[in-house]
Design a protein around this ligand. Structure first.
Ligand code: FES
Length: 111
């Protein structure tokens, strides 16, 4: 948890309805010709479910390739938490979309 000062990229995603906002920081390294998420952290201003899903996505994504991490869905996050109440499922969107935004920003920075 927390800001990563030397991150290679930052992703941001917010829910305009509830006002919750999430930042995902990633550090990427190349290993065996693949780019992998070497370190990841989050800052979340939001509900308990948004904070739990932020934390869980850092656990799921660390060590994965960028392509693998891009394919993590909100369902993957919710399942890893042993489920979320239906009213809180949208909170897991924040985590998946903030990570996708971080990966997109990383790729754009590399161009
Ligand atoms: Fe806004 Fe959970 S209520 S993300």
């Amino acid at each position: 948890m927390g800001e990563m000062k030397d991150a290679d990229a930052v992703g941001e995603y917010g829910n305009p309805i509830c006002g919750d906002l999430m930042h995902i920081y990633i550090k990427v390294k190349e290993m065996n010709g693949q780019k992998i998420i070497d370190d990841i952290s989050f800052q979340t201003f939001g509900c308990a479910a948004a904070i739990a899903t932020s934390s869980m996505i850092t656990e799921i994504a660390k060590g994965k390739t960028l392509d693998e991490a891009s394919n993590i869905t909100r369902d993957d996050v919710a399942k890893s938490l042993d489920g979320l109440p239906p009213i809180k499922l949208h909170c897991s969107n924040l985590a998946a979309d903030a990570l996708k935004d971080a990966i997109k920003n990383y790729r754009e920075n590399q161009k």
